[in-house]
Design a binder for this molecule. Structure first.
Ligand code: F6R
Length: 615
């Protein structure tokens, strides 16, 4: 995820663009850049780090004046965050300059063919490939910029929102979108561009939301919108009047980043799967794993190290790897592993899971495992982060920036990568048939729809939250795949509502925690039908006989638990290994609503930080 800003009009572009980029920093902040047309040529300035670093670099420059410009704040996907990979990217002739949000999936084949035609590349980005493809088309077809963009984009597979400017035609900006957001602010003899409307909210409330496959040529006085296909005619865009406040728009209408990120999960999982599965052909492509498949196949065991929520996804992976791929797994807290003198060596594979890729304990644990000769596979969200760099190979989760301190979409996308690994390894080991393999792929490809269904039950979950928000303690129970989800549910509640909560494997309850049960103690039981259902029903009976309150997460159509539980929340049915993706969603929402009802700072809970870079 990245942020795009642009301006064309009678004002100085630079301050508008910089201000806009700050508003979009939530979309990524590993590097940023601007380019303006200064009356004689396009000039740019780029910098690794947040916008304030870019501002410092700009302060040393004098030639960035001008009334047309584009800007970008980056969440790296292709290539580590540095000045060279930052946007804008220029074409070989230096005439075209482009900013991009999205992923060009077929960029390497386009790059190869451009190299054969004599093009040179300086960055590792897919964006530099795109700007050169546009230049190539423009010269070959002898067409205007808008048309060249239109033709070039027909050769591209992936998602994009782009803004392009041309040294030879410095009175227009061409923008286009597919999959990534882009809107145009319409002012008086001026136009603004943004990934959302926040960059220009103080200048105009009139906004055109570009639809997928549309392209616009924007000039001071007029913006002309085209469909992507060359033959299609232009049309008058719908101009919307914004009513939202700045604050709301940054969160895309959600009250908190956490809620936005909970709702983003279907898309985040789709992004994690993009280019990695072809459901109809039964293909899983996970390059980090594919390149080292023999190492995995000969490994006696896999050790997974992580902290917090990432440690919970590691516990889910233990079930996935052992049940699906029959590979023994040990899950370790990174903070314990690093001081435990673990017996680990050359034949061992260590999987490190981290959203930020900067967690100090996980990083130190990796370094220790490496020293002992282990092979490191990193699963991170932040591209170019320390853990990603320190790993021998790995997979990014592509969840986009997670701003709410309580991890939500990072968790489900980590599980997505781990699921793909387990299924791929199982097939490679010859454990599952082609038919079952395809079933697994099909199930994960449909998970987004199931999550949408749970999100639609938000009102029911909110009502349950109201009933238990006054509790001092809560117990979370689950079995099998749902045991780590019980732990994760309890962690979510603790960290944002400050209610004490504990997660347990349901059967462990009678070895101690049952002593806590009374009418004031709610127990959240994950009781979906595939996982030891009868045993869970017995556990629920045991709690009810002690007057405990039961909130049960049940599969759609459940009859038995519904008869005994105080409140039930239904989730769609699924195969066993998909269950954790489904059951965690209502628990995230439950914690969120309780915290909001208690007036807590959901996005920045006390004492916590998004990235724990100290021991
Ligand atoms: C909880 C949470 C933390 C992190 C933990 C590890 O909601 O966010 O428990 O999961 O600090 O962080 P990463 O995944 O960045 O290594």
């Amino acid at each position: 995820m990245c942020g795009i800003v642009g301006y064309i009009g009678n004002k100085q572009a630079l301050p508008i663009i910089l201000n806009g980029l700050k508003r979009l920093e939530y979309r990524g902040y590993d590097s940023s850049g601007v380019a303006t047309y200064n009356g004689s040529t396009i000039v740019s300035c780029k910098s690794k780090g947040k916008i304030n670093k870019l501002e410092k670099s700009i302060a040393k420059r004098k030639n960035l004046n001008g009334k047309l410009g584009i800007g970008h704040t980056r969440w790296a996907t292709h290539g580590v965050p540095n000045d060279i990979n930052a946007h804008p990217q220029f074409s070989n002739s230096n005439n075209l300059c482009l900013v991009h949000n999205g992923i060009i999936e077929n960029y390497s084949s386009i790059k190869e063919s451009l190299i054969k035609k004599g093009y040179e590349f300086h960055s590792e980005t897919d964006t530099e490939v795109l700007v050169n493809l546009i230049e190539f088309v423009k010269e070959k077809e002898n067409v205007k910029l808008g048309e060249a963009v239109q033709i070039a984009l027909q050769k591209v597979v992936g998602a994009y929102a782009i803004a392009v400017i041309d040294n030879n035609k410095p009175d227009e900006i061409v923008v286009a979108k597919l999959g990534s957001p882009l809107c145009i602010g319409v002012g008086k003899e001026e136009h603004f561009i943004g990934s959302d409307a926040t960059p220009f909210l103080e200048f105009t409330k009139k906004v055109i939301y570009l639809e997928d496959g549309e392209l616009a040529v924007i000039r001071n006085h007029k913006s002309t919108i085209f469909r992507k296909t060359k033959d299609d005619t232009t049309f008058s865009p719908v101009i919307n009047n914004l009513e939202l406040s700045l604050d709301k728009i940054e969160k895309q209408g959600f009250d908190h980043y956490m809620l936005k990120e909970i709702y983003e999960q279907p898309k985040a999982i789709r992004d994690t799967l993009r280019g990695r599965i072809i459901a109809e052909k039964g293909v899983i492509k996970l390059s980090g794993l594919d390149d080292y498949i023999d190492k995995f196949l000969s490994a006696k065991k896999i050790t997974i190290i992580a902290c917090g929520t990432s440690w919970h996804s590691a516990l889910v992976a233990e079930y996935m790897f052992e049940k699906i791929a029959k590979i023994p797994v040990e899950v370790e807290y990174a903070s314990e592993f690093r001081y435990r003198e673990p017996v680990i060596g050359k034949e061992d594979i260590v999987l490190a899971i981290s959203q930020s890729g900067e967690t100090a304990d996980t990083l130190a644990a990796i370094k220790l495992a490496k020293e002992k000769g282990a092979f490191i596979y990193g699963i991170c969200n932040v591209v170019g982060s320390s853990i990603a760099r320190e790993s021998d190979t790995g997979s990014y989760t592509h969840a986009g920036p997670e701003i709410g301190v309580a991890s939500t979409k990072a968790f489900t996308t980590q599980m997505t990568v781990l699921y793909l690994m387990a299924v791929k390894l199982s097939k490679s080991k010859g454990i599952i048939s082609e038919q079952i393999y395809r079933k697994y792929i099909l199930e994960i490809s449909r998970i987004d729809k199931k999550i949408h269904k749970i999100l639609a039950s938000n009102d029911i979950i909110k009502k349950v939250a109201k009933k238990i928000k006054g509790s001092k303690n809560c117990l979370y129970l689950g079995r099998g795949y749902n045991f780590p989800i019980a732990l994760e549910g309890a962690l979510k509640l603790k960290e944002i509502s400050y209610i004490h909560a504990e997660g347990y494997p349901a059967a462990e309850m009678k070895h101690g925690p049952i002593a806590l049960i009374d009418k004031n103690m709610p127990t959240i039981v994950i009781a979906t039908n595939k996982i030891n259902y009868d045993k869970i029903v017995s556990n629920i009976q045991e709690i009810k006989s002690r007057k405990g309150q039961i909130i049960a997460i049940v599969s759609k159509g459940d009859k038995e638990v519904k008869k005994i539980a105080d409140y039930t929340i239904e989730v769609p049915d699924s195969i066993e290994s998909i269950t954790p993706f489904i059951t965690v969603i209502p628990l995230q929402l439950l914690s969120y609503h309780i915290a909001v009802m208690l007036g807590k700072n959901v996005d920045q809970p006390r004492n916590l930080a998004k990235s724990v870079t100290v021991e």
